[in-house]
Design a protein around this ligand. Structure first.
Ligand code: CS2
Ligand code: MG
Length: 412
């Protein structure tokens, strides 16, 4: 099954997406997601200039060997651009192998370990009434778990509040939050950790009082706290029994989690910005996290993330794959196939894509009673409508950044 073509397709229906399309000499096609939010064109260059030429004539059936060739052969290993590029090739080859075998990818990964994947949605609000509306909307849509993000009095624009982002281009307002903003410069947002630490526990108290003790509630600290602040927040949220507290500290300083663990039993999730198993190894081995947040798109593909999750299983650490709108429908499909097959599945993030995106990417996953299923089409089950994609050329967009009241740049 020789590779005949490797095309890098950039489209921007509701937001920018980078997709690798590999075609074999027998006409079988495979898709891979290589979207790196706010840095999309760097991956386009890496794929088009350095990887695609190496794939022509290669044997599409040799997934592991191709992975090792692209990882070790690059000499310069790891990092978000390299690993998103390798991920796209890996996903496309699994898609092709599934189509050639006439099987959905999860069957190649060992078959289904469950009937569907518990998923959480992004509930948010500038204030409590708006937040309650958002939770109710997600429950009405069938979600059985929700992430809670709230505005903080005194702060104008903070991460995760959908109603702030009134336009993501083309005039469509979204309930789910799309952080990247089209434009020539990133938007500046404000932040103050002390105000946040005082306010967020009161939000969870209100949500528990309103929605009861059983609803799984998640929260994203989005890399903004020092280790002791994260320990404080984890402790103050214990009465509300969170499913997880995510990205409580910037991920580079992994020892920070030891201090957080010493002070709180709130479950911890981390890793959406991680790119290889090496980023997770010590955190998993030392039981410093409970959920692996890596995404197929940013962790070097299905091949690499499966190895990381198999390692995590030895330590009873579960998956919590990153599934925001900047993971394309192809990356999402790959996450669903992997999530269905592994034993240590925890939960899947599920931000719904926009209507134009759903026209560009024809998908076959199912959403039923709060559970996602990848579907049973051969391969990953997603096709790219090239003509539709061609209608939406790339538009420069950036993730926001933060400044504290004194002007200091802070983690966004
Ligand atoms: C977030 C993301 O979904 C999440 O957990 O952390 O929305 C994140 O901000 C974006 O994916 C960044 O591109
Ligand atoms: Mg996150």
């Amino acid at each position: 099954m020789r590779i005949d073509k490797a095309e890098v397709i950039v489209t921007s229906p509701d937001r920018n997406f980078v997709t690798l399309k590999i075609t074999t000499e027998d006409g079988i096609t495979g898709l891979g997601d290589a979207t790196l939010n706010g840095r999309e064109l760097a991956v386009v260059a890496y794929l088009s200039e350095h990887v695609a030429p190496l794939l022509i004539g290669a044997d599409a059936s040799r997934i592991e060997d191709t992975w090792q060739f692209l990882y070790r052969g690059a000499y310069w290993r790891r990092g978000p651009v390299t690993m998103a590029s390798i991920a796209a090739v890996d996903m496309a080859l699994w898609d092709i192998k599934g189509k050639a075998a006439g099987m959905p990818v999860y069957q190649l990964l060992g078959g289904a370990s469950r009937k569907g994947l518990l998923a959480y949605g992004h509930a948010s609000g500038k204030d409590i009434p708006e937040l309650f509306d958002s939770v109710n909307q997600h429950l009405d849509e069938g979600f059985r778990a929700v992430r809670i993000q709230s505005g903080v009095p005194g702060l104008h624009a903070i991460y995760g509040i959908a109603s702030q982002s009134d336009d993501v281009g083309g005039g469509e307002s979204r309930y789910d939050h799309e952080p990247a903003r089209r434009g020539s410069k990133p938007v500046e947002e404000d932040w103050d950790t002390e105000s946040y630490l005082r306010y967020i526990p009161t939000v969870f108290e209100a949500v528990r009082n309103e929605f009861g003790p059983a609803l799984p509630l998640l929260h994203d600290g989005h890399h903004r706290m020092t280790p002791i602040q994260a320990a404080q927040l984890g402790k103050s949220l214990e009465p509300y029994h969170l499913f997880w507290l995510e990205d409580c500290t910037p991920a580079e300083n992994q020892e920070a989690l030891r201090l957080v663990r010493q002070h709180t039993t709130t479950p911890l999730a981390i890793g959406e910005v991680f790119n290889t198993i090496w980023d997770f190894k010590d955190l998993i081995r030392e039981q410093l996290i409970d959920y692996v947040r890596g995404a197929v798109t940013h962790m070097g593909g299905i091949t690499a993330l499966k190895k990381t999750l198999d390692y995590a299983a030895m330590y009873q650490v579960s998956s919590g794959m990153h599934g925001p709108t900047d993971v394309s429908p192809v990356g999402m499909a790959a996450a669903l196939h992997l999530g269905l097959a592994i034993h240590n599945f925890g939960i899947q993030e599920y931000m719904t894509h926009g209507s134009r995106t759903n026209q560009v990417f024809e998908q076959s996953f199912a959403w039923n009673e709060g559970l996602l299923h990848p579907g049973n089409k051969p391969g990953l089950g997603v096709e790219l409508n090239v003509d539709e994609a061609g209608k939406y050329p790339y538009e420069r967009a950036y993730l926001p950044y933060n400044r504290l009241a004194d002007g200091t740049v802070h983690d966004w």
